[in-house]
Design a protein around this ligand. Sequence first.
Ligand code: SF4
Length: 245
Amino acid sequence: MTGYLHSIETMGAVDGPGIRTVVFMQGCFARCIYCHNPDTWKLNGGKVYEANEIVKIAKRYKPYYGKDGGVTFSGGEPLLQGEFITECMKALKKEGINSIIDTSGTYFDEHTAYAIEQAQMIILDIKHWDAKLFKEITSISQKNLLKIIEIINKKEKPVWIRQVIVPGINDTENNIKRLNEFIKNIKNIENIELLGYHNLGEAKWEKLNLKYRLKGTPQMDPKKLEKLNNLLNFPTREMLMHLEK
Ligand code: SF4
């Protein structure tokens, strides 16, 4: 079976615990207004890989994974190729390599539950708790996210939550309060990260002749981001790393 890939990062350190091989899948139906990788949107715009090629690459880096590391399927939207990543994850499991799915929760089909079943953990990038703003940011209905949360809960998968904080859109204390409420519906949250908006993707939009709607939006102030992080009811990645030392 083959899948469309954007790229592979062999020694990733931020997309899940430990050292990870990050497989960036090609294709995404969302059109997030701050997307850093609009070049991943077109499904057949990437390179074609066989599932066993992914396993071969991951096996090469296995010595670096330690007890926590492994493979992360990111994107684009990895659930768009749910059948392919399920096959990869099953084969990786046979080699003793764990897998994570890093999803925006914007896509759902008959393969989604099988894919989530195979992952040892999910990174869930929640674009917004408010259904109307979710649609404005992503162009997709929030119903897909709710279905995916239901599956994650049913399968009792651990979750890392992420949200990009954009000045003027969701950089308020009220947003964090409501986000805290929203994620109470997710059972096994292990940590949560707020990521500051930056405009490094803007040049890619221009290169693709796309209109960047956030033109002129300032980068997120790190001090304000820290303040918002402190309002979260769940441990942040930084707090966990501090505790582990
Ligand atoms: S879900 Fe991710 S890849 Fe897709 S448009 Fe949004 S930010 Fe870009």
